[in-house]
Design a protein. Structure first.
Ligand code: R5P
Length: 290
């Protein structure tokens, strides 16, 4: 088996090729002046099994993924396993209003054309796996994120809304502390409200865990609420750190103590590596044996 890393996922690709002892396939990826992408596979991959890693965010990377999958196929690979550490568009996972499209489904249809298997990390909702027409799996990075907090002396883990409570429940069990959730209402893409709720946070060390930090709105409002209720230390963390626009500035202004994310998307806050979890998963499913 050989590895092809897309431009969003070079570090995970590097880590996986070392831990699995797989050779990396040389590729050439460049952009034309008009922004269109050029892709070429430089090595012979005929009859090889290929592990291909690439995010579907931001949009430009979707085209890279689709073209690379097609190139791998055209080059005569035997089997393609596509790993999508961050599956962008997963939040449009159902019809919210008449006339919309289920973007997560449209994308899944296209991705399924040129792959045998898809694996993604903590998709926003697990039912998006059903949108693929080939076998598809999700891996959870919650254990990796929780391990980061083991020596931080946490008293409580919080979910910013009820929907994220399963993750904090798992984390609290690993860290051996309490968990709770806040009550969030989203007004629009940028504005969030957290309903005042009495949480037992006074003088406590808290970690908030969410699947995604995008504009940072959810976390900033959550930090403000916790500060009002006199929490001691506040860590904000997520699996997928998008940190759009002024997200980091917002979080720093709200005065959290630390920002933590996994490396599904590379940023200054990618402090938690997920390659070991991917390796374990691939081995457990016997994907690496032909
Ligand atoms: C929403 O359902 C997600 O779980 C996150 O809470 C959300 O994407 C965070 O977005 P933002 O950082 O823009 O508030």
């Amino acid at each position: 088996m050989k590895i092809i890393t897309g431009s969003t996922s070079k570090l995970i690709g590097e880590d996986l090729s070392k831990s699995l002892n797989f050779q990396k396939v040389n590729t050439k990826i460049k952009r034309f002046p008009d922004g269109e992408i050029y892709i070429r596979i430089l090595d012979n991959i005929k009859n090889e099994d290929i592990l291909y890693i690439q995010n579907t965010w931001p949009d430009l990377n979707i085209i890279e993924l689709l073209l690379m999958q097609d190139s791998i196929n055209l080059a005569g690979a035997n089997r393609i396993i596509t790993i999508i550490p961050y599956y962008g568009y997963a939040r449009q996972d159902k019809l919210f209003e008449k006339g919309e499209v289920i973007s997560a489904k449209s994308l899944a249809k296209l991705i399924s054309i040129n792959t045998d298997v898809v694996i993604t990390i903590d998709p926003h909702k697990n039912h998006i796996l059903d949108f693929f027409s080939i076998p598809s799996y999700s891996i959870s990075a919650i254990e990796d994120l929780s391990n980061f907090f083991k020596n931080k002396n946490l008293d409580l883990i919080l979910a910013p809304d009820k929907g994220a409570v399963d993750n904090v429940k798992k984390a609290a069990k690993i860290i051996n502390c309490d968990f709770d959730y806040m009550e969030k209402t989203r007004i629009d893409g940028y504005r969030i409200q957290i309903k005042p709720k009495n949480l037992d946070v006074k003088n406590k060390n808290i970690a908030i865990i969410d699947d995604i930090i995008s504009t940072g709105g959810t976390m900033a409002v959550s930090i403000n609420e916790l500060k009002k209720q006199e929490a001691k230390k506040i860590y904000v963390s997520c699996i997928h750190g998008l940190f759009i626009g002024h997200a980091v500035k917002k979080l720093k202004l709200a005065k959290c103590d630390e920002i933590i994310s996994t490396d599904t998307i590379i940023s200054n806050f990618s402090k938690v590596k997920i390659s070991n979890t991917i390796t374990k998963f691939l081995k457990s499913k016997n994907f690496l044996i032909r």
